[in-house]
Write a protein that binds this ligand. Structure first.
Ligand code: NAD
Ligand code: UFG
Length: 349
């Protein structure tokens, strides 16, 4: 029998790409999204790409009765929880808004799952939970010596604590315990190969890749490179960029893992390539994809940026039998393919 997966935040960037992979792998999918940072156009695109249907509920994961109603109507085998606010800068300005949404949605989901005896949980975590400036190749045992830089980062760390504590506790005992895999993403970029699904941030993008594609398509004038005086080979920061389709596939491996394993556990796993790449290398790769150079100017460092961090991806290979397959040039080519076909994202669809 087909398993049914509830995907919260499934209209968003990573969620929508994951829903495509789930449908293509013959799962039944139910998406919940309040469309705070996404568009119904993503759901239409998923259906067009896959030729498959899904159930979509517009609503909020902090709404207990809304979630209860969905669990009442559908037999849900597992939850992948993407829903959350993610803008680092905004979280500094509106911490309460971030803590309320991100923590409340996870706790409300857990409460409803317990009521409906659903025990399989895949969580969208982030490399931001590490933040150890002395140990830049992060593996799952890297200690958290500092508190995360932003309230957003703190919400991710606290959500991990909640999930770990609930997995260890006895509230799911009568159904054999809660099984959680917490996927710590590094820097997702790229888009679906079709060019019909991609990243569509509201307002001026904070992140490097969508900023560059919006410069390339003429929506923004010049990229600002935040510092070229870091202690790295070309002076710009190093990050671990991962193709969103590789990342999406990592969630299917995460699901298989929790479906195969009983008992109670919380397992954090990095999803990254393991390869550090500089801002200048990303710009160069985009220039190749676009076929002309990307205009940029070097400005001062952005507050809170670390010189480098990247994944140790060994655990994902060992535990999930998952590794990335798509390189930087494929990431930038796909990001650009999406942006040039949809200069205004989903707005005109
Ligand atoms: P996104 O904003 O595109 O997707 C999140 C979706 O959740 C949006 O569609 C939004 O409308 C929805 N949402 C937010 N709060 C909700 C709520 N209370 N109820 C229902 N829907 C709600 O972001 P994304 O890049 O796809 O990220 C998905 C997840 O991965 C987030 O939890 C994010 O923190 C995490 N993450 C993202 C990155 C990244 O760089 N994109 C890196 C690490 C972790
Ligand atoms: N950068 C620029 N100019 C820009 C935007 C970014 O030079 O306009 C640089 C940054 O200084 C950094 C690199 O590009 O060196 C990557 O920056 P991003 O904003 O794209 O990504 P971050 O590494 O800062 O953060 C991302 C997510 C966080 C997440 C973190 C780890 O935005 O939510 O990865 O997963 F926590």
């Amino acid at each position: 029998m087909k398993k049914t997966i509830l995907v919260t935040g499934g209209a968003g960037y990573i969620g929508s790409h994951t829903v495509v992979e789930l449908l293509e792998a013959q799962y039944s999918v139910i998406v919940i999204d309040n469309l705070y940072n996404s568009s119904i156009g993503a759901i239409t695109a998923i259906k067009n790409i896959t030729g498959k249907d899904l159930i979509f509920y517009e609503g909020d994961c902090t709404d207990f009765n809304f979630l209860k109603n969905i669990f009442n109507k559908n037999k849900i085998d597992a939850v992948i929880h993407f829903a959350g606010y993610k803008a680092v800068g905004e979280s500094v300005e509106k911490p309460l808004f971030y803590y309320k949404n991100n923590l409340d949605s996870t706790m409300t989901l857990l409460a409803v799952m317990r009521e409906f005896l659903c025990t399989k949980f895949v969580f969208s975590s982030s490399a931001t939970v590490y933040l150890d400036p002395n140990d830049v190749k992060y593996n799952e045992t890297t200690t958290q010596t500092n508190r995360p830089f932003s309230p957003y980062g703190s919400t991710k760390l606290v959500q991990e604590y909640i999930l770990e504590d609930v997995a260890k506790g006895f509230e799911f005992e009568k159904v054999g315990g809660l099984q959680v895999v917490s996927l710590r993403y590094f820097n997702p970029i790229g888009a679906h190969f079709s060019g019909e699904l991609g990243e569509d941030p509201n307002g001026v993008p904070n992140n490097l890749a969508p900023y560059i594609t919006q410069v390339a398509v003429g929506r923004l004038r010049t990229l600002q490179v935040f510092g070229d005086d870091y202690p790295t080979p070309d002076g710009t920061c190093l990050r671990d960029y991962i193709h969103v389709v590789d990342l999406a596939k990592g969630h299917l491996s995460g699901l298989e893992y929790i479906f195969a394993k009983e008992g109670k556990f919380f397992d954090p796993i990095n999803l990254g390539t393991g390869a550090p790449v500089s801002v200048f290398q990303v710009i160069e790769s985009f220039s190749k994809a676009v076929g002309k150079s990307i205009p940029y100017e070097v400005v001062g460092r952005r507050s809170g940026d670390l010189a480098e961090f990247y994944a140790d991806p060994v655990k994902a290979k060992k535990v999930l039998d998952w590794q990335t397959t798509l390189d930087l040039d494929k990431m930038t080519a796909d990001s650009w393919n999406w942006q040039k076909r949809h200069p205004n994202g989903f707005k005109n669809l």
